[in-house]
Design a binder for this molecule. Sequence first.
Ligand code: FO1
Length: 326
Amino acid sequence: MKNMKVVALAGGVGGAKLAAGLQAVLPPGDLTVIVNTGDDFEHWGLTICPDLDTVMYNLAGIHNPETGWGLLGESFTTFGAISQLGGEDWFRLGDKDLAVHLRRSEWLRQGVSLTEVADRLRRSFGIPSNILPMSDSPVRTLVHTDEGDLPFQHYFVRRRCEPIVIDLSFVGADQARLTDAVQEALSAATLVVFCPSNPYLSLDPILCIPGVRQQLRRMAAPKIAVSPIVGGQAIKGPAAKMMRELGQASSPLTVVDHFDGLLTGFVLDDQDAVLRNAVDLPTVVTNTMMTDLESKINLAKQVLALGTELMVSPSAKIRRRSKAAS
Ligand code: FO1
């Protein structure tokens, strides 16, 4: 994949997995991941940035493959001691993970920007790709549910996504602006990839920053989304449940509609091949289940191949199916 500058928008585990696949097939430095910060929160007196860390650990190949988040081979000694002292113990923070939160919180208190913090950390882990928070000012996802308004991690972890979602707010989004680093990455991009992340929780916070949708619409680069919904279900997390609670069908078609004309290409899982003609976009049908590095790489290759075709002929009717399906 020569001289492709790929910008991937990601949040959560699904986004981090595809980002790792894209990094594995692109020349070093040709991938920039713009990461959701709506999940961030203050906890134990520290600033926790779960999506930035999940992307970082997956790109460094040191993530816990069971959960997708947190570090492989982690110990929880401090977590246990905090619990003994009556500290909050519903959000599992490992000892090595804590080092990242301590360094980040120290730098932020010194006035270092979140963008600079993320760059220092990814370089420490030897990651060739750029990892950019969507904004340097706080944006916090607030989940309006039948149990009241819940900060994101309280909904997602503490209440295990059980409350019924009525609406979402991204507190601070109106005052936020895309960082210069994000603007530069988008200006240089030859391809934009919306990773298979929750469209409401992981991608909307990024798209709700003033001017982002307009800037994306103006870009000549192809804009491809990989469906986070497969066979009517989310591969991980509450996306399908939220769709139903918000009165939508839990379908890849709901994802396409949600992007509201931003997309120029789409990737469906083999299980949803029957929907191909209902998607009014150049579409590739392939295996989107990322269970190991090889499947992440294969999906990344399919996305890049679609992107390359769309650069050449934007309205190409793509009829390709993955080898597995044919
Ligand atoms: N998700 C959980 O379901 N339970 C946890 O205890 C938990 C701890 C945690 C610690 C660090 C981190 O970076 C992520 C963590 N996550 C946990 C995932 C987190 O809730 C993310 O926001 C989700 O992956 C969605 O983006």
